[in-house]
Design a protein around this ligand. Structure first.
Ligand code: EAX
Length: 324
């Protein structure tokens, strides 16, 4: 009898404990481009890895195409905690974490390999920590890609061809200053509005990596593409800091590891897109200037660069430029 009672008690306590052990937390993550993209791959892999690594205790619901809002709005939501996670380009990040502005300087990185090394090395890791005092846990740097220019008016062979073009820019003060230096008429705008703005001729052009141009089907509303490669565009996995702090030490590590695996997939897709992008976009009717004189574009920004050196410190810029 006593044994039975003990058994019953054990069963009861199991019944009580079991649901708690299986308790599941669902979180949200968003991107501004479609699922079939470098960013879509990133958050899909992240969601899968989090779920696997936590034995299904954490689920990550994925939202694409700005369905929860543009990048700035999603960062605001993560800061407030109404949304746990977002994977965003650094475009609107300086409005929240001013230290990140330096990363969006044109011609700062030689190529993707250089950018990845800086972001994954001490400079990038220090910068991830700057997010914490603003209510974010930045899990890892990802990649949006190397940005190129498109427009509906004319072939752009050199910086002079940019003068007077009305172009949508990200809501990023560094980009706006630099593109004004090219003589562009800048129109900052959230990404979900860009296709319609190009279609209706509110703006003549925009600039984005091949991955974004293809995912957003800008070839349908833009004739000319020039591989200006004028700026490297990082992405970053951002999480609400309080949501991250609530995790156990082991789960924190699972989230960080999941982000790492996701970034590898995200960057691999950018490489694939860059390899096939020109042929694919030509096939869709765009005319492409593949090898513009980059030195000329760089020279056009000399006055703006002097301004950046003052703002960010020449030593800080050089530390990134010279990183090996
Ligand atoms: O993150 O706003 C932009 O142009 C971004 O590059 C795009 O949303 C992908």
């Amino acid at each position: 009898m006593k044994r039975l009672t003990l058994l019953a008690a054990a069963l009861a306590s199991f019944a009580f404990v079991a649901p708690a052990a299986l308790a599941q937390t669902t979180m949200k993550i968003s991107i501004s481009v479609g699922q079939n993209s470098h960013q879509g791959v990133g958050i899909d892999v992240f969601a899968r890895e989090v779920e696997q690594r936590t034995g299904g205790r954490y689920k990550v619901q994925t939202f694409y195409s700005g369905s929860l809002g543009g990048e700035r709005e999603s960062i605001e939501a993560v800061q407030l905690g109404t949304q746990e996670l977002t994977f965003t380009s650094t475009g609107p990040v300086p409005n929240f974490v001013p230290e990140a502005r330096i990363l969006d300087i044109p011609f700062l990185f030689r190529d993707k390999a250089h950018a990845r090394a800086v972001l994954d090395g001490p400079i990038g890791q220090e910068m991830l920590q700057k997010f914490e005092s603003k209510g974010f846990k930045a899990l890892a740097w990802g990649e949006n890609g190397v940005r190129h220019m498109t427009n509906s008016k004319r072939a752009v062979n050199g910086p002079d061809d940019l003068k007077g073009l009305k172009m949508r820019t990200m809501e990023n003060p560094v980009h706006v200053a630099a593109y004004k230096g090219f003589g562009i008429i800048t129109t900052p705008m959230a990404f979900p509005e860009v296709f319609t703005a190009l279609q209706q001729g509110t703006v003549d052009g925009q600039e984005n990596p091949l991955s974004v141009i293809m995912a957003a089907k800008f070839d349908q509303v833009q004739k000319h593409l020039t591989l200006t490669g004028h700026v490297y565009s990082p992405c970053v996995f951002m999480m609400n800091k309080a949501s991250f702090d609530k995790l156990s030490a082991a789960d924190k590590q699972h989230f960080l590891d999941a982000a790492k695996v996701a970034v590898a997939a995200n960057r691999a897709r950018v490489d694939e897109d860059d390899a096939k992008g020109v042929a694919e976009l030509r096939g869709k009717g765009m005319s492409v200037v593949e090898n513009p004189d980059k030195a000329k574009f760089q020279a056009a920004l000399t006055p703006v660069y002097a301004q950046f050196e003052q703002q960010f410190g020449k030593a800080n810029i050089d530390r990134i430029k010279n990183f090996k």
